[in-house]
Write a protein that binds this ligand. Structure first.
Ligand code: SAH
Ligand code: SF4
Ligand code: F3S
Length: 490
C-alpha cells in the first residue's frame, strides 16, 4: 500500500484542507505514515501569510530533496496558499517539486498523481472554483471522528486589508448553502462530534446563497454610540441567523464556535445571538490588528477603536465571563511610538485572554507595498516583546482568576501521563485526570491550578461520564442561554 505524509503550515483552513487531502488519498488506497522517510508521497500544505513562510518552504523542500536523491520514486507536492500564489515561480525554482495544488483543487489530486506517474512535467492546478464553488465535508464516520470538528461556511475574502495576501491566495468570497452546513454538522454530531468550529476568513460576513434564512432578531439595529446606522445596515450579514438555525436544527450539538469574525460584522444581531444561544462558546477571537485609528485606516480595516471597544463591551455585558482573544500586527508602515502605545492602551483596557502578535512583513501584490516599510526590524521585535510582556501578564492573571471556579470542559485528547486535555467554554486549555474515557465528554471540572498558558482541574465528585456510543441525543439541548437584559448602551 503506498504511504503519504502531510505537513501542514498556517491557519485552521489549511488544517481543514489537510484533513480533506488525507481523506482523498486514503480513498485511493494510500495510508498515512508519520515519518517522511517511510512515505512515497509527501504533501506540504503551505501558508503564505508572512515572509518567513517562503523560507520555511524552501528549507523543507531542500531537506526533502536530499531524501529524494536516496529514494527516486518519492513524489513531493506543494498545496495551499504558496502553491496558489506562486505555483509557477516555485515550480521553476525548485525542481524537486512534482506538483502544485491550489486550495480549490483538492479533489483533482488523484488525476494529478496519475499524471505525475506518467512522467508529465509538474502539473500546476491552481484554479479558483468561482462559478460552482465546492465545500469539502469531513467524512463523518461513527467512532472515527474526534470530539471537535471544523466546518467551512465561506471561503475567500473580499476585504482588502492592505497588508494581507489572503484575497489573492484564497480568492473572492463564496458562501456555502445553509442546508449543506447544517447537514454536515448533523452528520458529524451523529458520528460523535460534540463541538463544531465554523470556519471562514471573515466568517461573520456569511450569507446563504439559497436565501433560506429568516431575519435574525436585532438585524439592522444599532444600539451602539459610535456605529452609524448606515454602516450597521451595510455590515449586517446572515451569520447570526445561521447560528440560530444550527442551534435549533441540531440541538444535540453541545458547543459551537466560529473563527475569524471581522469586527465590522460583529453586529448587534450577533451579540443577541451570543446572549440567546447556550451552545455558543463564551469566547470570541476578534482580530483588532492595531489600537491606533490612524494605523487602522492605513490597514483599511473599516472600523475605529471606539467601535471595536463598544462591541467588545456589549458582548461581555450580554454574556458575562465571555473572553476575547485577538491578533495584532506591530511595525506596520508608518506606525509611530504613539500609535504603538495606543495598541498597548487598548490591550490594557480590553484585557485579552489570548493574544497573537506578529511583526509586519511585506507580502507580494499587497496594497501596503506602496507604503515604505519604515519601522526598523529591531524596533518591530522590541515592540512585539513589549506587548507580549503585557498580554502574557493579562493572560496569567486571567487564568489565576479561574482557580476555584467550576468549568464545563469538553475532553479532546489524552495528554501526558495518561491525563486528559480539554477546553473550557472560554477556550482555556484544561488538564485533568479521569477514570475511564473523557474524550468527547462534557465534564464539570473545578479548577485547582493555573499555569502560564493552561489550567489544571479535578472532575467533580460523582461524575462518571457516559459510554461514548450512548451520548448521542443526551447533550443539553436548550437553545436559550439566559434571559438577560442586553447591555449598556441599549
Ligand atoms: N482572516 C483573518 C486573519 C487571517 S491572517 C482575519 O481577518 O481576522 C491571520 C493574522 O495574520 C492576521 O490577523 C494578522 O494579524 C496577521 N497577518 C496577516 N498579514 C500579515 C503581514 N503581512 N504581516 C504580519 N502579520 C500579518
Ligand atoms: Fe486578510 Fe483582512 Fe481578509 Fe482577514 S479580513 S483575510 S486580514 S484581507
Ligand atoms: Fe496562511 Fe493561507 Fe491560512 S496564507 S493563514 S494558510 S489562508
Amino acid at each position: 500500500m503506498p504511504a503519504f505524509t502531510l505537513v501542514t503550515f498556517g491557519c485552521q483552513m489549511n488544517q481543514h484542507d489537510s484533513d480533506r487531502i488525507g481523506e482523498v488519498l486514503r480513498g485511493i488506497g494510500y495510508e498515512e505514515v508519520a515519518e517522511p522517510v517511510h512515505a512515497d508521497l509527501i504533501v506540504l500544505n503551505t501558508c503564505s501569510i508572512r515572509e518567513k513562510a517562503e523560507q520555511k518552504l524552501r528549507s523543507e523542500v531542500g531537506r526533502l530533496g536530499l531524501l529524494k536523491q536516496r529514494k527516486p520514486g518519492l513524489v513531493i507536492g506543494v498545496a495551499g496558499c504558496m502553491a496558489q500564489q506562486e505555483g509557477e515561480r516555485l515550480a521553476r525554482r525548485m525542481p524537486q517539486i512534482d506538483f502544485m495544488l491550489g486550495p480549490d483543487n483538492i479533489l483533482e489530486l488523484p488525476r494529478i498523481l496519475a499524471e505525475v506517474e506518467l512522467g508529465a512535467p509538474p502539473p500546476i492546478r491552481t484554479v479558483f472554483d468561482l462559478n460552482a464553488p465546492t465545500f469539502l465535508s469531513a467524512l463523518a464516520e461513527p467512532g472515527r471522528t474526534g470530539a471537535t470538528a471544523f466546518v467551512t461556511v465561506m471561503k475567500g475574502c473580499d476585504e482588502r486589508c492592505t497588508y494581507c495576501v489572503v484575497p489573492n491566495t484564497r480568492g473572492p468570497e463564496r458562501y456555502r448553502a445553509a442546508s449543506d452546513i447544517i447537514d454536515e454538522i448533523r452528520r458529524l454530531v451523529v458520528a460523535g462530534v460534540r463541538e463544531v468550529t465554523l470556519l471562514g476568513q471573515t466568517v461573520n460576513s456569511y450569507r446563504d446563497p439559497a436565501g433560506s434564512l429568516a431575519l435574525a432578531p436585532g438585524a439592522g439595529e444599532t444600539h451602539f454610540e459610535h456605529t452609524r446606522r448606515a454602516a450597521a445596515l451595510q455590515d449586517e450579514s446572515e451569520f447570526p441567523a445561521l447560528l440560530r438555525d444550527i442551534c435549533e436544527r441540531v440541538p444535540d450539538l453541545a458547543r459551537l464556535r466560529y473563527t475569524s469574525p471581522h469586527p465590522r460584522h460583529l453586529t448587534w444581531s450577533l451579540i443577541l445571538a451570543h446572549r440567546d444561544l447556550s451552545a455558543l462558546a463564551r469566547h470570541v477571537h476578534m482580530p483588532v490588528q492595531s489600537g491606533s485609528d490612524r494605523v487602522l485606516k492605513r490597514m483599511l480595516r473599516r472600523y475605529s477603536i471606539a467601535e471595536y471597544e463598544e462591541r467588545a463591551t456589549a458582548l461581555r455585558s450580554a454574556v458575562p465571563g465571555l473572553t476575547l482573544s485577538t491578533d495584532v500586527i506591530v511595525g506596520f508602515p508608518g506606525e509611530t511610538r504613539a500609535d504603538f502605545e495606543a495598541t498597548l492602551g487598548l490591550a490594557e483596557r480590553v484585557r485579552f485572554s489570548g493574544f497573537f502578535g506578529f511583526t509586519y512583513s511585506e507580502r507580494p501584490n499587497t496594497p501596503a507595498l506602496k507604503l515604505p516599510d519604515d519601522v526598523p526590524e529591531l524596533e518591530k521585535r522590541a515592540r512585539l516583546e513589549e506587548i507580549f510582556a503585557l498580554t502574557d501578564r493579562h493572560r496569567r492573571e486571567h487564568l489565576q482568576s479561574l482557580v476555584g471556579q467550576n468549568e464545563r470542559v469538553l475532553g479532546e485528547r489524552r495528554g501526558k501521563n495518561g491525563d486528559f486535555m480539554g477546553r473550557s467554554e472560554q477556550n482555556e486549555i484544561v488538564h485533568f485526570a479521569f477514570e475511564g474515557d473523557a474524550i468527547a465528554q462534557m465534564l464539570p471540572v473545578t479548577i485547582t491550578e493555573a499555569y502560564d498558558n493552561s489550567l489544571r482541574g479535578v472532575v467533580q465528585a460523582g461524575f462518571t461520564g457516559l459510554p461514548r456510543a450512548s451520548m448521542i441525543g443526551k447533550a443539553p439541548s436548550r437553545t436559550v442561554r439566559r434571559a438577560l437584559p442586553v447591555v449598556s448602551g441599549a
